[in-house]
Every structure is written in structure tokens, then in C-alpha cells.
Design a protein around this ligand. Structure first.
Ligand code: SF4
Length: 370
């Protein structure tokens, strides 16, 4: 069944680059959950007029005749589904957080190094979970049981940490889902019986709808930043880095804990000057913020054989360097291969970025380098 939605209403939100799905598919199971109504109202406000209420739970019709067509269709589709059981059983997510909580899987942006290419399979459509109440209600049992940040002496004060951006960019889809604000409100107002922190990182900047939420200092939103030589070349469909820095400063001035996710760090062009300039811009934006609570997470570029293959299918003309010969191979716990920068390159990057951080943003606590 295809349903027409009411004419778009004005949201009063600022003019960042908002994604409007061309098509919204709602599975039968998702239709039973109240958060699905929130999603559909937001889609209507955003101007979506192609909403299909499915009679079953299978999503079909996303594949096209070519890889290109499948990619384009998937990236313009929002599926409202219920979470699989695997998403409700939380896993540790080192080094970011004690637990990974998924509000959605998939992202409409077009980053040529996207980390989702190595972790999600099938057409890259965005699936948002309509059973959000159940997902959030499931957090209680994990409080006090973290083994990543909770056992780290430097981070234990954060409480039990929940990372919401492993499989999506929750701010990038917030205007059509409302899931991030619902999670922030829940974490800010629910009695968990112990300290907790919700964490999310984003390459978007539309924070106006979050500002008045009762976050209680329990959500840390981090903005993914990089120099123009990285953001401008490889991060299609995201907000410009200047807007992300403005959004970071807006939240910081409103008393939110904030963070920088400097990622993916790459030795591209005159990278020393580029990272110095980037951090100088952040420092300027944060001048005069009282009680600044700022963290920094530093993630160098890496890829796996699987993510390389997927990314080269999605972006066949990419100029992104993904040459295993130029990299050091790292093996994970179960033998999984990752290609990272060689030790000397890594040491140079680390020395420069961390020394610029301590010089230009002395208030920033560096949580990890990887
Ligand atoms: S914003 Fe993040 S999740 Fe979305 S395409 Fe870019 S890297 Fe992937």
C-alpha cells in the first residue's frame, strides 16, 4: 500500500544539508510500534511523499539492474523495521564504549572510506528501528557491567557508556527519525540506578532540535572532523566541517559534554599544516565557553579486504589510497585482517596531532588514539 503524506510543514531547524529519502518502506511489524508514528510524522514534515506500508517484514525491490542502480536506490531508501534480536543483545565496543546500542543501521551519506562497508552487508539502505522503546528499555540490565570504559581508570567517571553511532550516523537521519532525541531524553531522565553516558559521533550539524532536550549531562555528542583535503574529497553528502565545528560550539555553549572525533586521520598533502589549521579553527570556535567538557578521539584511516572490495564497488573512481602494499597488516582476535599505516607514518601522525591538540585545545581530554 502506498500512502500519501500531508504537505511538508516548517520545522524551524537550521539549514544544514538534510537528507530526504525518496522512498520510505515500513514493515508490518514496525507498524505496531509507537516510535514508527514519530518517524512517519517526521518524514511527512521533511516532505517525503512515497511511504509504503508493507504487508510483511521482507524488504524487496531495492536491488537495481546494476551495482550503481542498487547503490542509488538503497541510499535514497529509508526502511522502518524492527530490530533483530542480535541488535538488542549488546556487545562491547572498544575503545569507544562499554556497549554498542543501535538505533538504526545504515547511513545515507557517501563517504568513500565508510566504515560501514566492512560491517554491514547487502544494499546500503538505511534501516531505522521502530521498536525504539524496547531497545532503550533493554539498557538497564547493562548498567554497572561495562568492561571497556568502566574499567579504564581515566574514563570510569563517565559511568556505563553506550555508543549509538557504530552502524549509523544518528544525527544525519534525526530529522526523519527522531531516534537520537528519544534516546537522549530517555538516558537523561530515566533512573538507571548508576551513572550512564550515551555517546554518538556525527558528520552532520543540525543540532537545533536537540538543544532543549533534558540531557542531564549524560549524552556526549562528538563531531567527526578532518581537514578539507579529507572531508572535501571523500565525505559526500555530509555537512561541511565548518558547520560541524559551529554545531560543536553551539552544544558546548549550551552546557553539553562534547567531543571531537578526528577521523579518519590521513597523511594527505600538507597534512601537518592542515591538521594544525583544523584544530586552530576548533579552538577559535570554543573561545570563552565556560566549563568546557571536551574530549578528543583520534582514529587513523584503515581498511579491511572486505571493506576495500565493497568501497571499490560503490566508488569505482575513488582516489582514496587503499593499497595493502603501503600498509601494515594487523590481525584481530579472531584473525581478522586490518590494513593500517606503517609504524613510522603512524608515529608521525600521532606526534603531530596530539601535540597540536595539547597546544591548541589544552582542555581536551584525549580518550584514545587508534
Ligand atoms: S557519515 Fe559515517 S556512516 Fe555515513 S557514510 Fe559517512 S562514514 Fe559512513
Amino acid at each position: 500500500m502506498t500512502r500519501s503524506l500531508p504537505a511538508p510543514q516548517t520545522t524551524g531547524l537550521p539549514t544544514t544539508r538534510l537528507w530526504i529519502p525518496q522512498r520510505v518502506l515500513v514493515t508490518r511489524s514496525a507498524q505496531e510500534h509507537p516510535h514508527t508514528d514519530v518517524i512517519l510524522r517526521r518524514c511527512a514534515s521533511a516532505g517525503v511523499d512515497d511511504v509504503e506500508l508493507l504487508r510483511g517484514d521482507r524488504i524487496t525491490g531495492v536491488r537495481g539492474e546494476t551495482e550503481r542502480e542498487t547503490y542509488a536506490r538503497a541510499k535514497s531508501t529509508l526502511a522502518v523495521v524492527t530490530s533483530p534480536a542480535s541488535a538488542r543483545k549488546l556487545d562491547p565496543i572498544p575503545p569507544s564504549a562499554d556497549w554498542r546500542v543501535d538505533l538504526a543501521r545504515g547511513c545515507p551519506a557517501h563517504c568513500q572510506y565508510c566504515y560501514l562497508a566492512g560491517s554491514l552487508t547487502g544494499p546500503p539502505m538505511t534501516r531505522v528501528y521502530g521498536d525504539l522503546e524496547e531497545i532503550l528499555a533493554g539498557l538497564d540490565v547493562y548498567v554497572g557491567h561495562g568492561t571497556i570504559t568502566s574499567t579504564n581508570v581515566d574514563r570510569a567517571a563517565e559511568g556505563t557508556t553506550f555508543e549509538a553511532s557504530c552502524y549509523t550516523d544518528p544525527l544525519g537521519i534525526e530529522h526523519v527519525t527522531g531516534s537520537l532525541s528519544a534516546a537522549i531524553r530517555h538516558v537523561g531522565t530515566h533512573d538507571f540506578g548508576g551513572p550512564v553516558q550515551l555517546r554518538a559521533t556525527t558528520k552532520f550539524a543540525d543540532v537545533a532540535g536537540l538543544l532543549d532536550l533534558p540531557h542531564a549531562g549524560r549524552t556526549r555528542l562528538r563531531f567527526s572532523v578532518g581537514p578539507e583535503s579529507v572531508v572535501g574529497r571523500f565525505e559526500g553528502g555530509t555537512d561541511p566541517v565548518g558547520k560541524r565545528i559551529d554545531a560543536l560550539a553551539t552544544l558546548a555553549r549550551a552546557g553539553w559534554p562534547v567531543g571531537l572525533t578526528i577521523a579518519p586521520i590521513m597523511p594527505v598533502g600538507d597534512w601537518r599544516a592542515a591538521y594544525s589549521d583544523l584544530l586552530a579553527r576548533v579552538a577559535t570556535a570554543l573561545v570563552g565557553v565556560d566549563d568546557l567538557d571536551l574530549t578528543a578521539e583520534c582514529i587513523t584511516h584503515r581498511f579491511t579486504p572486505g571493506s576495500k572490495e565493497t568501497l571499490e564497488t560503490w566508488y569505482p573512481r575513488t582516489r582514496l589510497e587503499m593499497d595493502p602494499e603501503q600498509r601494515r597488516t594487523k590481525r584481530g582476535k579472531f584473525g581478522a585482517v586490518k590494513h593500517v599505516y606503517p609504524d613510522d607514518v603512524m608515529a608521525d601522525l600521532r606526534a603531530h596531532v596530539t601535540s597540536e591538540l595539547s597546544e591548541r585545545l589544552p582542555a581536551a581530554r584525549v580518550l584514545y588514539w587508534t
